[in-house]
Design a protein around this ligand. Sequence first.
Ligand code: FAD
Length: 419
Amino acid sequence: MTTPHSADVVIAGGGIGGLATALSLHAAGIRPLVLESSRRISPLGVGINLQPAAVRELHELGLADELAALGVPAVAHVFADHRGTTLYSDPRGTAAGYRWPQYSVHRGDLQMMLLRTVRERIGPEAVRTGVRVEDFTQTPDAVEVHALDRATDRPERHTAGVLVAADGIHSRLRARLHPGQGPLRWSGVTLWRGVTETDAFPPGEALLLASDERDAQFVAYQISPAALARGRTLLNWVCAVPTGAPGPLPAGEARWNRPGRLQDVLPHYADWHFDWTDLPGLLAGAERILEYPMVDRDPLPSWGAGRVTLLGDAAHPAYPSGANGGSQAVLDARVLAHRLATEPDPVRALAAYEAERRGPTAAVVLANRKMDSVARARSAAKRPDARRDLERAAASHRRAAGEAAALNTRASYTPPART
Ligand SMILES: Cc1cc2nc3c(=O)[nH]c(=O)nc-3n(C[C@H](O)[C@H](O)[C@H](O)COP(=O)(O)OP(=O)(O)OC[C@H]3O[C@@H](n4cnc5c(N)ncnc54)[C@H](O)[C@@H]3O)c2cc1C
């Protein structure tokens, strides 16, 4: 059974990557259809960061004002110990010479803004919720997408030129393309995340990354210009604590919305002290606490096959501590649209997209691992050379995310207008 919703490109997943892909394809004159398995897209998640390279792409999609209304420009990453003493400060965004800021935003707000824009620009039918993509078959001329309408339990078929798997870290389509990939790789670290409104945050528009000698980490940054305008601070925080031996993670344990418990977090921070806040009170002030294991996967030697490709977390899941997951998904989206708009053969276009994106995204996965291990062993008492190691890891992370000079001068991914 084939449904009447045909498209040039079917996108599995309406997360940050899938929606950015829809906008990028539309801007390139290509008709997308997003199939999202959740019955309703709601503003889930907590804070994420958009690196300047991704902000450039969103600006070129005409979303500069929307982003400025949603995000707080991040000016530095400030590394500190558990008493608040600064060890090293790394300038970010425009303070580091980029023409575009780094924004700290609420993931859910960003997703809702992208969804609204897709529906306004492409039409209300461009995103169908409650439709799970389950499989595909290919002919030389097309890809047949097999999906399930979850409300009616009825199978659907969509014929398209290309299928993009933007179905996130648990990607079913990635597993179909790479059946032997095995479980996610856990770093041994548990992340507890939350958002608390507070009246003071001395690092201001910087991200605070503090850690102690037992390698517990506390990361905090502001995510709301609206709260700032009211003289308040909406603070996104992450507590990252080693809680087990690294290794494979059983399926089902990494859920973005799994609730966490305050009593599990607090003991790890009993001897922490910042003079600007009562840390237990700050954590207790969150409306809800989420728990997530820090997981990734080794980079793949290839992503897709023929008319099917991977994008975003489905292609290159990385530690969230690198502040780069959403950004890399946006960059994938723009490069993919550029290639499809400029190469008439879709199979060759997808091959060119993968060739361009596989290397840089693999570098991000590896730089995030390195950044995490260095940041985690940086207490001044424990490592007298902490500052030098931090500088090096920050530089390698910056290189992976894109240096300012290269980003500022490279050609745009906006394809030439079709006549
Ligand atoms: C609910 C949620 C909360 C998150 N919260 C955070 C956070 O707080 N901090 C952080 O750093 N990152 C968070 N992330 C991850 C972050 O959004 C991604 O790392 C990054 O934005 C890359 O986006 P993506 O589009 O590749 O994947 P995602 O944003 O994960 O989007 C994948 C989408 O695909 C959909 N999907 C899955 N399987 C199918 C299928 N078979 N068919 C159709 N649709 C499917 C999912 O419902 C989801 O909407 C969250 C992701 C989700 C889904």
